[in-house]
Write a protein that binds this ligand. Sequence first.
Ligand code: ZN
Length: 276
Amino acid sequence: MVVAMPELPEVEIVKRELEAKIVGKEINVVRFDTPKMMRPSPSGFVAGVTGKEIKAVRRRAKLLVFELSPLSYFVCHLKLTGRLFFRKPTEVQDNYVHIVFQFQDKTELRFSDSRKFGFCHYLKNEEELLEILAGFGLEPLDDLTPDAFYRILSGTRRKTKVVLMDQKIISGIGNIYANEALWLANINPVRPANELSKEEAGRLFLAIENVIKEALRHGGSSDQWYRHTDGSKGHYQERFKVYGRVGESCLKCGGEIERDKVGGRGTFWCPKCQKQ
Ligand SMILES: [Zn+2]
């Protein structure tokens, strides 16, 4: 089965929930059973974070950044199937839990990951953190402007959808939201980026903002693995306009949604609304 990775909205929601739930708590014990998920090493990670307080939770691209006191950091990447649950120890057992942070008040942050591609990485100072964060592209809701977006597109002949998903250029847009934004803006996924007019680029910019904000409003997409930190599902998958709808009717024109692979990823579009 093709697995859709959590994208910006899902990681942002986890960040907001954890911000409300774990800031101010002290990490008492770290338990783990999968050494490769702990960086730079299991012992380095455990020694680095144990006894420290969570001061802040932030997000950069698809990374969760935890600031600790005394000042140091760790980051978590959910990769394909990672989930973070906040629980009391007496609450339900979660499947595939490989790292547990137990706080002083006995509540737990559990990192569940069926495929074990996710990881947590301890960073002893800001310099190390910045090194990890370097190389991510612009944040669509913060740094990206219509002008910057048009300049990015004008500078490359690559397919528009491939550019949208290039994490070095723009952070956090994955396959689901790239498909949805292109449909909303009536732009064909394979059109060379530099052939988009300024007006089309502006439309696509607004469509990106729109799908991300809508996804945030509806709790993210739980099409597959993503869950809220209490284990409940998001609801944006019930609102997909084009993703996963091959053979169904376009909600704008009634035409048939098509599917093909673009840049190795399942791509959905309406041939009438998104002309090549
Ligand atoms: Zn259509």
